[in-house]
Design a binder for this molecule. Sequence first.
Ligand code: ATP
Ligand code: MG
Length: 349
Amino acid sequence: MEDEAPAPELSPLAEMGERDDESTLRPRRLAEFVGQPRVREQLRLVLEGAKGRGAPPDHVLLSGPPGLGKTSLSMIIAAELGSALRITSGPALERAGDLAAMLSNLVEGDVLFIDEIHRIARPAEEMLYLAMEDFRVDVVVGKGPGATSIPLEIAPFTLVGATTRSGALTGPLRDRFGFTAHMEFYVPEELEQVLRRSATILGVDLREDGAHEIAGRSRGTPRIANRLLRRVRDYAEVRADGAVTRDIARAALKVYDVDELGLDRLDRAVLSALVRSFGGGPVGVSTLAVAVGEESTTVEEVCEPYLVRAGMLARTPRGRVATAAAWAHLGLSAPPQAPGHSAPSLFDE
Ligand SMILES: Nc1ncnc2c1ncn2[C@@H]1O[C@H](COP(=O)(O)OP(=O)(O)OP(=O)(O)O)[C@@H](O)[C@H]1O
Ligand SMILES: [Mg+2]
């Protein structure tokens, strides 16, 4: 089902070439970071406490779906501490030696950011335990019975790990973070704030009703809000006078196949398969993924978090189940066994 590929407009993953736009729009300081009030307050305490003591703060784990601001927050942590930021990622740390090189170059107080930390290779992960706990690594030299391990001091640093799948992290790794920030989807009012800020930076004439319309369709995700703003701006400039009003936003988003709830074709395909082919479930995620012709990780990490948050889909031990709201969204009447709103809906607020 090639035509059910996710509309790129609504993917929470960064697109190719989108990095430059993102860096322009990234908040630089905690005060500029919109939303996530709990995380912001907790982080402020962690950072101020550490600054007061003159020691690097505890290691921080940022967990949450793509596009909610984990990378931005890691940069903010370094900026707030006045420290240098070193950036790497789980997949880049294939061998323990790669990590050892990275660690031994750190200077005191540095912030080391490991993106996608759940994808770190096992030997590197084991080296990380000791580094996080004792600021020390054991470098093994040689092979077989002649191998010796040389202890290496490393400068006290702060590790910031980011993950879209905190469940995939091993217990020992998770336990070594002093502070875990669980990032939540943003409510529409917060996304409006993100949009107003971005419009100012980009010089877009964004009207209040236009911001409201785009925010409601951005799946609780700042990256998507910013992307839709750029698309709507193009439409406004080409087909109208440049002002982003509600009507312009609606017309533009219709072109991009983004519905009122921000669901795209893949989301609708998942719901439709769940309801029409599996009677509303329960059905396993891999079966569901095959039915829509997608990878199960895409369905699990990209579609589902938002469908759950929007109260459309429930994850149960026996599989995925469509809620009454999902049946209604497809214009069908739900059978009596369909769960009601299993999660707080973004749209009742
Ligand atoms: N709280 C926020 N306030 C303002 N803008 C934000 C906020 N969070 C994210 N953004 C915007 O969304 C974009 C994506 O954020 P970021 O790259 O930090 O997400 P991420 O969680 O690291 O995503 P991924 O999991 O794909 O790495 C940023 O460039 C920034 O413009
Ligand atoms: Mg990131």
